[in-house]
Design a protein around this ligand. Structure first.
Ligand SMILES: Cc1cc2nc3c(=O)[nH]c(=O)nc-3n(C[C@H](O)[C@H](O)[C@H](O)COP(=O)(O)O)c2cc1C
Length: 177
């Protein structure tokens, strides 16, 4: 059933009014993340930080801009909330779950935001920058051994979600019969 399915309505929203989602909305978005599948059921290997401190978000944007040599860089698009997904990273080449778990949590949360009409965008670039900023990382107060993988922006937007046409064969697909 494709009609009005948030999967087919989702798009990256990069313009925000500055107004944050309500507490109930944030709780529902978090619950969607908690409902995500997690490799080997290792829920304790994951951590979510809901950042709503404007000064922290501004410093993160400045740090990302400085790393790229760009002034007035706004990789968080003025969103009032950044939901950061972190994991324990065992650092072994065969670990393909840690990043995946975070991404799946992020996508579940993003789809819940879409269903509520709240703007959201996946954010990997600024999180790459965050991982090179010990002071900003320390402020997150993550448990020992955890590091951020990715994030989503959240906030009210004037943009609307509508059913989108999805191009067939957009992604190389092979069938083995
Ligand atoms: C792994 C991943 C990382 C992404 N990182 C960023 C990012 O750092 N900043 C950003 O604005 N968009 C980011 N995006 C959003 C993509 O640019 C976007 O999904 C893509 O261009 C398709 O557009 P759509 O989301 O509107 O369908 C990311 C998406 C994914 C899946």
């Amino acid at each position: 059933m494709k009609q009005q399915n948030p999967v087919f309505m989702r798009k990256s929203v990069r313009s925000y009014t500055g107004e944050a989602p309500s507490k109930d909305e944030l709780d529902l978005i978090l619950k969607a993340a908690y409902a995500a599948p997690v490799g080997m059921g290792r829920y304790d290997s994951l951590h979510i930080t809901v950042v709503q401190r404007p000064d922290y978000l501004a410093r993160l944007e400045d740090a990302a801009g400085a790393q790229l040599g760009k002034e007035n860089y706004h990789p968080l698009y003025g969103a009032p909330v950044l939901m950061i997904f972190s994991s324990i990273f065992p650092g072994i080449p065969t670990d393909n779950s840690s990043y995946s778990n975070c991404a799946i949590l992020a996508q579940n949360a993003a789809l819940a935001a879409v269903s509520l009409g709240i703007g959201t965008c996946h954010i990997w670039g600024a999180i790459r920058a965050l991982n090179k900023e010990p002071a900003l990382l320390a402020e997150l107060n993550l448990p020992e051994g955890f590091a951020p993988c990715c994030a989503i922006t959240l906030g009210r937007t004037r943009e609307t979600y509508e059913m989108r046409a999805v191009q067939d064969n957009r992604i190389m697909t092979a069938t083995m019969e």
